[in-house]
Design a protein around this ligand. Sequence first.
Ligand SMILES: Nc1nc2c(ncn2[C@@H]2O[C@H](COP(=O)(O)OP(=O)(O)OP(=O)(O)O)[C@@H](O)[C@H]2O)c(=O)[nH]1
Length: 305
Amino acid sequence: MFRSTSANHIRLMVIGEEGVGKSALVVKYLTGRFIWEYQSDFDWKYAYQTNIDGEQVHMEIIDSLNMDESHIRWAEGFMFVYDITNPESVQKIEQFQKRLESVRSSRNFSMVVVGNKADLEHCREVNREKIECLVSRLSILCHVDCSACGPEMSVRFAFDELCREVAHLRMRSAQKRERRRSSLSQVRQGLKMLVQTGKTKNHPISTPNSGNNSPVGVSNGKSTSNNNSRRGSRFVPSSPYSSLMSAPILNDLPEESNCFFDIFSDDSDKKSRKSRESSTDSFEEMAKRPSSHHHQKNMIGALVL
Ligand SMILES: Nc1nc2c(ncn2[C@@H]2O[C@H](COP(=O)(O)OP(=O)(O)OP(=O)(O)O)[C@@H](O)[C@H]2O)c(=O)[nH]1
């Protein structure tokens, strides 16, 4: 699993309220030892090399008191630690997650939740069911109880699991990027063929709304509603276009529909590109309508034209 990542290098950040045992957990993971007191005025950064699932992994871990923005951007995996004897230490989990999402502007990070000081089970004040519900509501995949002064196994499991999460996330993102790239290159190729066909047939590359400078099917939505005109059109007669039509383009497009316009990157006419970009809203509005599926299909159809 780790082989597909860039040099098996993983960057983690340990976060949580003061005194929950962040430093104790990191040191336990790195050295197998528990030390009662740590200096906590600094953010500590550790480098560590270990073997997970039979593969060498190079890790960097920041043990951070502050949710420094640069650290949040730097890390890919976050370990949120709370103290099972301190209910207040769990309250900020949602807030932390929101902060991560806002700084990283998406969910492209992995997170595990660790309930530390499990050796003090008799003093537990955090309800296990409640925290399980919270964790699943926040779509956090892994929640582990462990103790920095107990057996090393559960601490190791928590860190290793976070690394696995990061590796999975990277793999999923790489697959997504690859799908998107191949969809876009299909469209580019199709457009090139169309331009060539248009030239050889001596047909103008015209569109249902040619005459205005806006991109086809994007500016006002009128052109996209005329499905019949696309079918009957002399410009979409044969198989290359139908294969283009069936390409999984819109499904794979990122939510920011600006990528939609990347397929025009060969176009040197900046003016018309600008007008296309300013039309993003109408594209999004069309996609939101109840019959968005048809609109989207029509949109591609209009684009092909
Ligand atoms: N009983 C018990 N005590 C722990 C455990 N982990 C940490 N402690 C103690 O809790 C206190 C705080 O531990 P730290 O590791 O400094 O906690 P921290 O979250 O790094 O604290 P800050 O650096 O101040 O944010 C120390 O006195 C530790 O000895 C644990 O698993 N069990």
